[in-house]
Design a protein around this ligand. Structure first.
Ligand code: F6R
Length: 609
């Protein structure tokens, strides 16, 4: 994944400083490595290194470089660790073109094998290097970059953006299979980027390129093509962005941007996962004598959901435990037949790492799931899988949680197929249904947010509350309560619905909030409706999170209850669908109460010790 920023001067002026400052606005798209492709005296040169823009610029002396056309990228590693070789851009064998991308190419393994078979040499493990060679092959057959890009579209699968600097035509070309691209227009230069707010400070005028249109930018002008044919001139729009929000992509907080980004992150996770690694992970699961899932905080809650996935889809019952507890108790049962599934978005959480050392000493196999593939967790794992949610800058974890849930689901599905419990057709169908859940979440995001804003009234004056659920959504009650603490400093507890009347109910009264997540298991849902009525009767402020189309709820909807509906999804994907409104609720309450959303006191993104 990455931020793309390219500039073409209309007056043959040096644009390198502009590319550098454009990239600085794209931290939330990627920051582990930075690269530049420049045409200098008719030669295409690439400069790239591990690190954030300023570090790379300093290290490689970019401020001294001059070019009137330049392409830059900031990367967040998903295929291949953060190294200089894996940084974008990538060139073809003839040093004619340089390719920088965003997103994930789903059929990377296949196209990698193809270009290797054709005799190309690959320098990296990035999914964006093979496309440079596929373009090269097309350009050798016919010297036409537009046609070469059309052919590339047919060959690549996935959820990605490709941008190309072409030395021979002195142009920048780009298309996306997934998101809009933007071209900023000023009297002095054209700017191409995958993030609208990055244009701030350069120009107020821009045009939109819709997927999968192709755009060509030269010093002469901007041309847009759809299916190989030039389209009519675009409407030039005016950029309106609050300068204070530029570094958050136009959102007031990273947390909100990251929640809104979750549907895209889900698709990124889906397309980043390679079948061969899924198969490897499945075999570890199926071959293990015992399985321990270890993690902390939000990742632990994802691990709890995974125990439902594994138990129902694979027929194994893992022990799920806090990584802080693991060395104190369970570790004595660990041996060479044990599989430890370690989940950590940062990959640097101290308790997870020290538990892994203990497990490894005893001969256990480690399956690591992390959003940061340059992390120690990835290095310590026998097999690691990328969460691939992209950078998460807000301390409260949101999109990494939904993407971790998806990753755990996909691994469980793969193990289910490997064990013969589901066939390949069912497997494919279930993979496909992930896409429709992601798109439904994206379509309903604003509506859910509006419902959440109204529901805040039920919590803002309360002294605390419960989030109650049962079954596969019970871990979400724990997660929602954690998010409320972090983002809103609102004391909440997650309660298993069956336990509600075994004690917790005594606190329920006026001035206390009770939130219910309607379970997806029918009997558990049936048992929850009376609990809602009891809470209302006791005078509590009540908020109900349900799947769309829950008829039963219309009967109990009163002034005292706020209803927040998320798209209906099949049982195993419902925890993902429910996560979004729960996260929005914690966020909106935090905003309402004036909390420091992205940086709660005492917390850091990775708790090392
Ligand atoms: C919650 C949160 C923390 C982390 C926990 C584990 O929003 O951010 O609870 O989930 O510190 O972090 P990772 O997943 O990096 O190991």
């Amino acid at each position: 994944m990455g931020g793309i920023f390219a500039v073409v001067s209309r007056k043959n002026e040096n644009v390198v400083p502009q590319v550098i400052s454009g990239l600085r606005k794209l931290r939330f798209k990627g920051f582990d490595s930075t690269g530049f492709a420049l045409i200098e005296d008719g030669i295409l040169n690439v400069y790239k290194e591990v690190g954030w823009v300023d570090i790379v610029v300093e290290k490689l002396g970019l401020s001294e470089r001059k070019a009137s056309i330049a392409l830059g990228q900031t990367r967040y590693a998903t295929h291949g660790r953060p190294t200089a070789e894996n940084a974008h851009p990538f060139t073809d064998c003839r040093q004619r073109i340089a390719v920088a991308g965003d997103g994930s190419i789903g059929n990377y393994e296949k196209i990698k094998d193809q270009v290797l078979m054709s005799g190309h040499k690959l320098q990296s493990r990035s999914d964006f290097e093979p496309p440079a060679h596929l373009l090269e092959e097309s350009l050798e057959r016919e010297d036409n970059l537009l046609n070469a890009l059309e052919t590339l579209k047919e060959k690549l699968e996935g959820f990605y953006t490709v941008s190309v600097l072409d030395r021979d035509t002195a142009s920048i070309a780009a298309y996306s299979s997934m998101t809009k691209l933007y071209v900023g227009v000023s009297p002095n230069a054209f700017y191409l980027t995958n993030t609208l707010t990055a244009l701030h400070g350069f120009t107020d005028h821009y045009i939109i390129i819709d997927p999968p249109e192709t755009v060509f930018v030269t010093s002469e002008g901007v041309n847009v093509y759809s299916k190989g044919h030039e389209t009519t001139p675009r409407q030039v729009l005016t950029l309106e962005v609050d300068p204070a929000l530029v570094d958050k992509g136009g959102f007031p907080h990273h947390m909100l941007r990251e929640i809104y980004e979750a549907p895209l992150s889900l698709l990124r996770t889906l397309y980043t996962l390679q079948e061969k690694y899924l198969q490897l992970a499945s075999r570890l699961i199926l071959g293990a004598d015992n399985i321990y899932i270890i993690a902390n905080g939000t990742s632990l809650h994802a691990g709890m959901v995974a125990s439902y996935y594994l138990s129902e889809l694979v027929g194994v019952s893992p022990v799920v435990t806090s990584a802080a507890e693991f060395p104190l108790y369970y570790v004595e049962n660990i041996g060479p037949g044990s599989l430890v599934v370690a989940i950590s978005q940062s990959g640097e959480t101290g308790d997870v790492l020290s538990s892994l050392y203990e497990a490894k000493i005893r001969g256990a196999t480690i399956l690591g799931l992390t959003n940061y593939i340059g992390s120690r967790l990835a290095r310590l794992s026998n097999v690691y899988l990328p969460i691939a949610a992209g950078p998460e800058l807000s301390v409260p974890a949101t999109k990494t949680f939904t993407s971790t849930l998806l990753l755990l689901y996909l691994v469980s599905l793969a193990a289910s197929k490997e064990s013969g419990r589901i066939d390949s057709i069912t497997y494919r169908e279930k993979m496909e249904s992930v896409k429709s859940v992601a798109s439904r979440l994206s379509e309903t995001m604003t509506r859910m947010d509006e419902e959440v804003k109204k529901a805040i009234i039920h919590a803002r004056n309360c002294r605390g509350g419960y989030i109650v659920s049962r079954g596969i959504t019970y871990p979400l009650a724990l997660e929602a309560a954690l998010k409320l603490k972090e983002a809103s400093y609102f004391h909440a507890e997650g309660v298993e619905a069956g336990e509600f009347k075994h004690g917790p109910f005594v606190l329920v009264e006026k001035g206390f909030m009770t939130g219910f997540i309607i379970p997806v298991e029918r009997l558990a849902a049936e048992a929850t409706y009376p609990l809602i009525l009891s809470a209302i009767e006791a005078g509590a402020s009540t908020v109900v999170f349900s799947l769309e189309g829950d008829e039963k709820l219309s009967q109990i909807q009163t002034e005292a209850v706020s209803l927040i509906r998320t798209p209906r999804a099949e049982r195993h994907l419902a925890p993902i669908a429910y996560s979004i409104p729960l996260q929005l609720f914690a966020y909106r309450l935090g905003v309402d109460l004036g909390r420091p959303i992205d940086a709660p006191r005492y917390l850091t993104k990775a708790v090392l010790r």
